[in-house]
Design a protein around this ligand. Structure first.
Ligand code: VG1
Ligand code: CO
Length: 543
């Protein structure tokens, strides 16, 4: 074994987006592409002697190749120890959990999350810091700057290690431990939720379906829901992580998890349905013929949090991304705790969680989490719901309907225009920004504009400022339209239009969502000229 220095030249465009660097697999397969990025991460970290690194991914195509490369480079950079999940597998929340539990310096997550996988699909890489959370913008920006000037990287020529076998290995002077992918995470879940109560629920005949979407959550859900909580075998479907996710989009929303939605609408539907995404950090919650929007899920969990042992002491605060509905704000107000509004992306929650300002966090994009780790956590949300169902004896629909009756309903939907021409999408946003000053006070039919701006966030902990985080048009009655461009795609641009309408009167709580939002949908087109700029008359995905 020896360490060599390889000369290289920079690749343009290695700037991490909302959640890491995501590109086509074929881009990552180019010689030196992954190595340049990893060396830039290591250079940004500086001296790593004596330090521990965690490495794992969602098992998508190219995962194993990338893990072996990163191990050889970590050895060359002088890490003392690397913890890697068996088979190279660790869900995103599991990486966060393992970093925290083992006092690691940080971790590398290999995933493009909900993006499709396989040789023609997407791949991604993300660095997480010592708190277990995604690196903040100051760090990702420093990594990016480094990629622009990189001239060489260092790597060991050691042979591949056997990722399939749990045990201790050595590369150069560095110890490698292949660890059980599930154990640390499962132990943490047991501390947070009432496993006895959930066991009793299943023993009483309660039926559930968890759709692993052939992605990373399957082994976690099987071990915990079937193994530890006693749900019958077959409760977890599509449980085996596949390199191409079975050709599906591992994105847990009603459009992509159609199999689960169909099952939950059937005559003899289970009591509870759930799904998770490629890397296990998203969740979708479904009752019998009843879909829960992620924004409502956050609000319901917050309102009932003290039913779960890990949250019995109450919540310090709630944080949500700006486009997420304001349902959680009403719960925070009732509880007398603060509610924070952050830009899109989990990295913005880290400081609030570290500072003890927030306990629960959520995003409209099927992401929910808490201060137990520093990533959003799909299975955690599902277990939280199971705990609420067991402790309250109510159904999903009952819990949500009662929530609306108490707090009012925030009708909510996101319209995505995927893979549109980037130039048109950028021009749409630019033309919206020009209009912002003229919008307040305008009468748009059903609504009068109260505020129109480009969301800017000042982190209350470190004072860092993030600009241009989404154009929002807020009406005088609190209804909103938000426009932003996705930062996770790999082709063209994706325009996201977020629509929200508040309805206090329970007599109006059971309209079809798109109908309830129709006047706002028309205003969005009228104000932004979506069809003109994108050439699309309709969104590609509505959630
Ligand atoms: C999307 C979601 C955002 C989420 C991000 C990463 O980002 O909107 O809420 O944090 O994906 O989630 P964007 O920039 O495409 O809107 V994951 O599960 O892909 O790591
Ligand atoms: Co994800």
């Amino acid at each position: 074994m020896s360490i060599t220095t390889v000369s290289t030249t920079p690749f343009s465009g290695q700037r991490p987006g909302t959640s890491g660097l995501r590109k086509k697999v074929t881009v990552f397969q180019q010689a030196h592409y992954l190595e340049n990025f990893v060396q830039s991460v290591f250079d940004t970290l500086g001296d790593c002697s004596g330090k521990t690194l965690v490495v794992g991914g969602d098992g998508r195509f190219h995962n194993r190749v990338a893990v072996q490369t990163i191990l050889r480079m970590a050895a060359a950079h002088g890490f003392a120890r690397v913890l890697v999940g068996q088979g190279g597998i660790l869900s995103t929340p599991a990486v966060s959990c393992v970093i925290r539990k083992h006092d690691a310096l940080g971790g590398i997550v290999l995933s493009a999350s909900h993006n499709p996988g396989g040789p023609d699909g997407d791949f991604g890489i993300k660095y997480n810091i010592a708190n277990g959370g995604p690196a903040p913008e100051s760090v990702t920006e420093a990594i990016y700057q480094r990629t622009e000037s990189i001239r060489e990287y260092r790597i060991s020529d050691a042979a591949d290690i056997d990722l399939n076998r749990i045990g201790a290995y050595r590369i150069e002077a560095m110890a490698v431990e292949v660890i059980d992918s599930v154990a640390d995470y499962a132990e943490l879940m047991q501390q947070l939720f009432d496993f006895d109560a959930i066991r009793k629920l299943f023993a009483g005949g309660f039926r559930m379906c968890f759709d692993g979407m052939s992605a990373v959550s399957g082994p976690y859900a099987k071990a915990i829901i079937e193994g530890q909580l006693g749900a019958p075998a077959g409760t977890v479907i599509n449980a085996e992580p596949l390199e191409d996710f079975g050709g599906h989009h591992p994105d847990p929303n009603p459009v992509n998890a159609a199999q689960l939605i169909e099952l939950m609408a059937a005559e003899n539907a289970p009591d509870f349905g759930a799904a998770s995404d490629g890397d296990g950090d998203r969740n979708m919650i479904v009752g019998r013929n009843f879909q829960v929007t992620p924004s409502d899920s956050l609000a319901v969990l917050a309102a009932h949090a003290t039913l779960a042992p890990g949250y019995r002491a109450g919540l310090k605060g709630i944080a949500r991304s700006m486009p997420t509905s304001q349902a959680a704000d009403r719960v925070a107000e009732a509880l007398g705790i603060p509610c924070f509004e952050t830009p899109t992306g989990w990295k913005f929650f880290g400081n609030l969680l570290d500072a003890g300002k927030a306990t629960l966090c959520g995003e409209e994009s099927y992401g929910t989490g808490s201060d137990h780790i520093r990533e959003k956590d799909g299975l955690w949300a599902v277990l939280f719901w199971l705990n609420l169902l067991a402790a309250s004896g109510k159904s999903v629909e009952q819990l949500v309907s009662e929530h609306w009756a108490r707090f009012g309903r925030n009708y909510y939907s996101r319209h995505d225009y995927e893979g549109v021409d980037a130039k048109g999408a950028n021009e749409l946003m630019a033309s919206l920004r020009i209009k912002l000053a003229t919008l307040p006070g305008q009468d748009l039919g059903h609504y009068v504009v109260a505020l129109a701006d480009d969301f800017e966030y000042t982190d209350p902990v470190d004072g860092s400022v993030s600009k241009q985080q989404g154009v929002r048009i807020v009406m005088s009655n609190g209804s909103r339209i938000v426009f932003r461009l996705s930062g996770t795609g790999t082709e063209g641009a994706t325009l996201r239009v977020y629509l929200e309408r508040y309805e206090a009167d329970p007599a109006h709580h059971h309209l079809p969502t798109q109908q309830a939002l129709y006047p706002l949908i028309l205003i969005a087109e009228q104000v932004a000229g979506i069809a003109g700029w994108t050439g699309r008359a309709h969104p590609t995905v509505i959630t």
